[in-house]
Each structure stands twice: as structure tokens, then as C-alpha cells.
Design a protein around this ligand. Structure first.
Ligand SMILES: Cc1cc2nc3c(=O)[nH]c(=O)nc-3n(C[C@H](O)[C@H](O)[C@H](O)COP(=O)(O)OP(=O)(O)OC[C@H]3O[C@@H](n4cnc5c(N)ncnc54)[C@H](O)[C@@H]3O)c2cc1C
Length: 473
């Protein structure tokens, strides 16, 4: 069987399915090949399940603290089975939604593993795609004018810290734990490591984070890392930075024991389980890149600003091209790629306008340059910082930890970066994102009226603070 298409998308994650929807809106005859489940990592093993668990952890913690709001309850108990059930029902609802979008867009879905066979007489530019169907039926051949590779990424582990069924896991296995451990060692203090540390600590697990670098969340502004270290320690999490984990020392018996070298000394850590969160590797294996001229760098597919690979009719987007491995980046890249192949004139993405978020408790978000990056790039900077402690709504909410920090160019007042720690800052960062897109100055941000009492007032105050004009602090 052979079927012709304007576009075949390899991988139905956030990047792939959004691109397919846009392609169908543009009138392209589109197929999507997905070896697992439509929705990909984000829906089944990433953003959504982890946020569902984080929300349960937050409610558990808040219920324990209800007394401080004048609500007296007996000590809450955790039913982790129900927590997992709730997570799964959210995934199922959204999964149905994505399937519905494919039907609505008349997008053909092939459930199987797709491989690029290389240019052929049928498809001299984009290459035929073979699909190994999950149900074992005869493999169809797809003949596309364009291909979009959106095969995503998989958890990386350290040699020697291989995943097993009992003790060592990555976020993939952790998401489907049926029981919580009493204690855990988390290797890696990046975004995923800190989300898990925060969640598990709120569920009552004893958490140790071992981070190789000298601070957790090393891609965030230094002041954000410092504040988050303080706040995570306040939760009872043990944070060990500058810790070089030695996989060869791992022992597993009724739990794990591992050593890490720190300041020239070996220290031993023990726990019931270990979570390895040391990044993700692009999924480039077995997808047929060797049949093409496509180039990779550090394991990720190389593209231009419209996401064309070396083969101009084969595009690649999302986690498989590396960079900021985020769902909203993948989907935006997918839209740009599809519009470009359809002959539109899309605006390339400016990575300095991409917000990134960490859904720990409290949350972290940022857009643009950190103060250190701005200085490294030669800017003379001025900064404004405002704490949630002086924001009425934060007191009302009972969540006063954190701040907003704005980094601006001293020379022309350009907004260079915004960094937030605190309640609901993953929702509030969109204002800063819009300000970046519109090239607003802190003065303009401050003169957009922030309603009272809202958490968003912290943004107006931080913008005023850039020139020392904040009102409440
Ligand atoms: C624990 C965790 C939490 C996260 N939280 C967030 C968050 O809060 N916000 C955020 O923005 N990002 C988050 N991310 C990152 C986010 O999930 C990814 O950036 C996003 O899923 C990337 O989308 P993608 O389409 O590139 O790839 P994926 O979502 O990985 O989708 C790729 C799809 O391709 C399929 N596939 C692979 N190879 C083939 C093949 N040869 N043929 C057919 N199908 C194939 C896979 O089965 C998969 O479904 C999180 C990630 C993890 C692991």
C-alpha cells in the first residue's frame, strides 16, 4: 500500500500534532505517524502528569496548613492510588481531545514506527516513509512532498545508573509509581529534578538533591537559584551542590546507597529509591537519518531558522532538535515549519522571547536574559526587584515567598529579562513575554495598570523599582 501526502509528520507529540493541525488549516493533505500515543511526552510522561501530581501535593500541603486560615480539620491522609487515578483521568480527557483534533482536521493517523527511506523516484525530495504498524499489519509506504521530524526525546541516564524495576528510575517510571517511597535521592537539580523534589517533599517524602554544578537551576538567574535553594531547604529538602555522583559506588539492597565526591571528599547517601534527572536525549535512532544528508550536532538534528534540515523538504522541530526542550517551543516551531513549507512567510522565533517555567511550589518563571547573561553580552544593566511580601494578595493567599526581578538596559531602557519566583508566576510570566514581544520598557510595563489586589501588582512594582520608584517597598 502506498499513499501520497503533502506532509507526513513523524511523531505525534506536542510539536507534531500541533504542526499537523496547522498544516490541515493550510489545506495540506497531512498524515501523522505515532509509535506510542498521540500527545507524546508532554501529555503522557511530562508536563500534564507531572503537573497533576504537583497539584495533588500542593492540595495535601495546603490542607495540612488549613489551620492557619482558621479551618480546623483532622490530619489529612494521602491516598496515592486516587492521586494517580486523577492524573490518568486528566491525561485521558486531553488524549481524547487530541484524537478529536486529528479527526476534525482530516489528518490520517498511522499507529506505528516511521522511518525515512531516503529519496526515491516517487518522492525525490522528501523521501518515502515506511511505517511499521503497531498492530502487525502490512507496513504502509507514505509518499510525502514534505516530512516533519518531531520524534522528541527520551530521558538520559548516567552509565551505571541504569533504570531497574525497583530502585533506580527516571521521570518516566516515577510518574507511574504506585506507592511513594519514604526517602529518595534525586540526581540532578535542574527543572525536572526540582519539580520532583518539591512535589515529593510536599507529599512528605524525605528528599536529597545531588547537583554537580555549584547551584540548582543553573540556567536561571543566580538570585533565583539562591532563593529557590533557600525555599527548598525550608521545605526540608537536602540540597547538595558541587556533588559528583559516582555511579560505580551504587549499591542496591533494601534501598540504594551511593557516594558522591564533594570538595575532595567522598560522601555517602542512602534512600529507598533514586530518581535520575540529568537531561533528555533527542530521539534520532532508527528513524532513517542515515538514508539522508541530514546533519546532527551533539545528537540533535541541525536545522535553519525555518526548521529545514540539510534536506530542504525534510523539516525537524521540538526536542529532537535540542535547544529549549519545552512543549510550547515544539508547537511554535511546528507552526513556523509548516507555514514555511506551505509558502507563507512566518516570522522566525526569537528564543529571548520564550518563557520558561518550573512548577515547583513556589513556582519559577523567566523570559529573556539573566543579569549574568546580559553583562556577559556587554550590556550595562539596571535591575528592579520586588518581593511578594509587600503584595496584599500574596498575604491574602498565604503565599509571600519569592520576588520578581527585572533586568533592563541602562543605556536605552530596553527590557532584557524578567525572572520570577513565587505564587502563580508561571501564569504571570506571559505579561513579561508580551512586553518582550512589543519591545516595551519597564516604564511602559509599570504604566499598564495592574488591578488591586492581585499578584500581578508585583510586576508593576518591580518595573517601577528599576528606576527606584516602587511605591510599597
Ligand atoms: C517530566 C517532564 C515534565 C515536563 N514538563 C514540561 C512543562 O511543564 N512544560 C513544558 O513546556 N515542557 C515540559 N516538558 C518537556 C516537554 O514534554 C517536551 O519539550 C515536549 O513534549 C516536546 O515535544 P515534541 O513534540 O518535540 O516531542 P514528544 O512530546 O517527545 O513527542 C514525540 C513523539 O514522537 C513519537 N515517536 C518517536 N519516534 C517515532 C517514530 N520513529 N515514528 C513514530 N513516532 C515516533 C514518540 O512516541 C512521541 O509520542 C516536560 C518533560 C518531562 C519529561
Amino acid at each position: 500500500m502506498a499513499e501520497e501526502y503533502d506532509l507526513v509528520v513523524l511523531g505525534g507529540g506536542t510539536g507534531g500534532y500541533v504542526a499537523a493541525v496547522r498544516a490541515s488549516q493550510l489545506g495540506l493533505k497531512t498524515a501523522i505517524v505515532e509509535s506510542g500515543k498521540l500527545g507524546g511526552t508532554c501529555l503522557h510522561k511530562g508536563c500534564i502528569p507531572s503537573k497533576a501530581l504537583l497539584r495533588s501535593a500542593e492540595v495535601f500541603k495546603q490542607t495540612k496548613e488549613a489551620d492557619s486560615f482558621g479551618i480546623e480539620t483532622s490530619e489529612p491522609t494521602l491516598n496515592f492510588f486516587k492521586v494517580q487515578e486523577r492524573k490518568q483521568s486528566i491525561i485521558d480527557t486531553l488524549h481524547q481531545g487530541v484524537q478529536g483534533l486529528m479527526k476534525k482536521g482530516k489528518i490520517d493517523v498511522y499507529e506505528g514506527f516511521g522511518r525515512i527511506l531516503g529519496p526515491s523516484i516517487f518522492s525525490p525530495s522528501a523521501g518515502t516513509i515506511s511505517v511499521e504498524l503497531n498492530n502487525g499489519e502490512e507496513n504502509p509506504m507514505l509518499i510525502p512532498k514534505n516530512v516533519l521530524v518531531a520524534t522528541g526525546s527520551s530521558p538520559r541516564t548516567l552509565p551505571g545508573l541504569d533504570v531497574d524495576e525497583q530502585y533506580v528510575m527516571t521521570s518516566d517510571e516515577a510518574l507511574s509509581m504506585q506507592e511513594l517511597p519514604n526517602s529518595i535521592v534525586i540526581v540532578g537539580g535542574g527543572v525536572i529534578g526540582i519539580e520532583w523534589a518539591s512535589m515529593l517533599a510536599d507529599f512528605g517524602v524525605e528528599v536529597t538533591v545531588l547537583e554537580y554544578l555549584d547551584r540548582i537551576l543553573p540556567t536561571e538567574d543566580k538570585e533565583v537559584s539562591k532563593e529557590m535553594t533557600r525555599l527548598m531547604k525550608k521545605k526540608g529538602i537536602k540540597i547538595v551542590t558541587g556533588a559528583k555522583v559516582m555511579p560505580e559506588t551504587l549499591k542496591k539492597e533494601d534501598g540504594i546507597e551511593i557516594q558522591a565526591e564533594r570538595k575532595g571528599e567522598n560522601q555517602t547517601y542512602t534512600a529507598d529509591r533514586m530518581l535520575v534527572s540529568v537531561g533528555r536525549s533527542p530521539n534520532v535512532k532508527n528513524i532513517g537519518l542515515e538514508n539522508t544528508d541530514i546533519e546532527t550536532e551533539n545528537g540533535a538534528i541541525k536545522t535553519n531558522q525555518y526548521y529545514q534540515t540539510k534536506e530542504s523538504h525534510i523539516y525537524a522541530i521540538g526536542d529532537v532538535i535540542g535547544g529549549m526542550q519545552l512543549a510550547h517551543v515544539a508547537s511554535h516551531e511546528g507552526i513556523i515549519a509548516v507555514e514555511h513549507m506551505a509558502g507563507e512567510n512566518p516570522m522566525p522565533m526569537d528564543m529571548e522571547q520564550v518563557p520558561s517555567c518550573i512548577y515547583s511550589n513556589p513556582e519559577v518563571s523567566s523570559v529573556g536574559l539573566t543579569e549574568e547573561q546580559a553583562k556577559e553580552q556587554g550590556y550595562e544593566v539596571k535591575t528592579g526587584k520586588f518581593s511578594f511580601k509587600a503584595i496584599g494578595k500574596a498575604l491574602v493567599q498565604g503565599e509571600t515567598d519569592g520576588f520578581v526581578k527585572i533586568v533592563a538596559n541602562k543605556e536605552n531602557d530596553d527590557l532584557l529579562g524578567v525572572h520570577m519566583v513565587g505564587p502563580h508566576v508561571t501564569d504571570m510570566i506571559s505579561e513579561a513575554g508580551l512586553a518582550k514581544v512589543l519591545d516595551a520598557t519597564p516604564w511602559e510595563v509599570a504604566h499598564s495598570i495592574h488591578p488591586h489586589p492581585t499578584l500581578s501588582e508585583v510586576m508593576g512594582e518591580a518595573a517601577l523599582a528599576v528606576d527606584g520608584k516602587q511605591i510599597h517597598g
